[in-house]
Design a binder for this molecule. Structure first.
Ligand SMILES: [Zn+2]
Length: 334
């Protein structure tokens, strides 16, 4: 996903949290800082950020058929994936209705083998832990928002404590990895899904065009609009993707961000296999599946892919943020 799309997804997730209403303090952290901190949503794709992240390169979980030992571990039948995803995710509805991927496809073992720094689920899960630890040592302003009281934090020098701007930046950064998990080409090991092979870059450009220029890097950071107006601009873009949010943000089904991301990636891999069916575009084969042929020429499928990928990207960011924040709630009653 490109800069604009990452920015829109993150800002839209803040608006969804606001509309849902379960974490008002988190909205009070992220919303006022949207202009200065939403840059976090696209930092992980900046060239120098990739180098800084110790050769992290892209954020992927590219799956392919697996023939090694313990194959059973890497098979996930359709009904099991539907249960793991839950009904709130748009990909759940897509798979329920899909007839293209048959039982043989769902009965195969698939596995990804990314470098540790590239692993989407690792990155999203690592930030969940890191952000939680950083939140509980916030400075006085941040401590006002974070649920619970952490006495040890008061023993820290003020400049050692996390500032609200930093916390917000890290939340926006986390959104990047959760969103990348919803991009089908990030989860498919075939050459046709590589960045410059006719599908990946073009699909991302198509999304950018739909998101529109309002969410461009500099424009967003320098706009005179209020945070409330920026959130409204994000809500207005739903129509471009035919998205309707119910304003309910489900719990994390697996109670674990890493596992949840793995299931979302398996879903995105299945979508890549619907876009370019493996009986026509073999694993390990060299055939390309150009955007014009496999998506643009099939407007119904393209509209469905747009809707599912972008709906779920926003929802999954909100799900992950809500999970992280509400884990701090029980301590409030201490
Ligand atoms: Zn990325």
């Amino acid at each position: 996903m490109n800069q604009r799309t990452h920015a829109w997804i993150a800002v839209r997730a803040v608006a969804l949290l606001e509309d849902e209403g379960s974490c008002p303090e988190l909205v009070n952290l992220l919303k006022p800082l949207v202009k200065s901190s939403a840059i976090g949503a696209w930092i992980p794709d900046k060239r120098d950020a990739k180098i800084g992240g110790a050769d992290t390169d892209n954020h992927i979980l590219k799956m392919a058929p697996y023939n090694g030992p313990q194959q059973q571990r890497f098979i996930l039948p359709k009904q099991e994936l539907l249960n793991k995803l839950g009904p709130a995710r748009a990909m759940h509805t897509l798979f329920k209705e899909d007839t293209l991927l048959d039982e043989t496809w769902w009965g195969n073992a698939y596995k990804a083998d990314p470098q540790p720094g590239q692993h989407i689920a690792d990155r999203a899960s690592a930030l969940t832990t890191a952000i939680t630890d950083l939140l509980i040592m916030g400075d006085a302003d941040l401590a006002e928002l974070v649920p619970g009281r952490y006495q040890f934090a008061e023993q820290l020098a003020d400049n050692c404590r996390t500032h609200s701007e930093q916390a917000a930046l890290y939340f926006y950064m986390q959104s990047h990895f959760v969103a990348d998990a919803c991009m089908p080409c990030h989860c498919d090991a075939r050459k046709l899904s590589s960045y410059a092979n006719g599908l990946h870059k073009e699909l991302e450009a198509h999304w950018s065009q739909k998101v529109g220029t309002y969410f461009d890097d500099e424009k967003l950071q320098t706009t005179d609009d209020t945070p409330a107006a920026i959130l409204n601009k994000a809500r207005e873009r739903d129509a471009a993707f035919a998205i309707h949010f119910t304003n309910e943000i489900p719990e994390l089904i697996e109670r674990d961000v890493w596992l949840e991301m793995i299931y979302v990636c398996r879903g995105s891999f299945a979508i890549a296999s619907i876009i370019a069916p493996p009986d026509q575009y073999e694993y390990g084969g060299g055939a390309y599946a150009p955007f014009e042929k496999v998506l643009e020429a099939k407007p119904d499928l393209l509209a469905k892919v747009d809707q599912v990928a972008l709906h779920d990207a926003v929802l999954n960011v909100a799900v992950t943020w809500k999970y992280l924040w509400t884990r701090l709630y029980p301590k409030k009653q201490d």
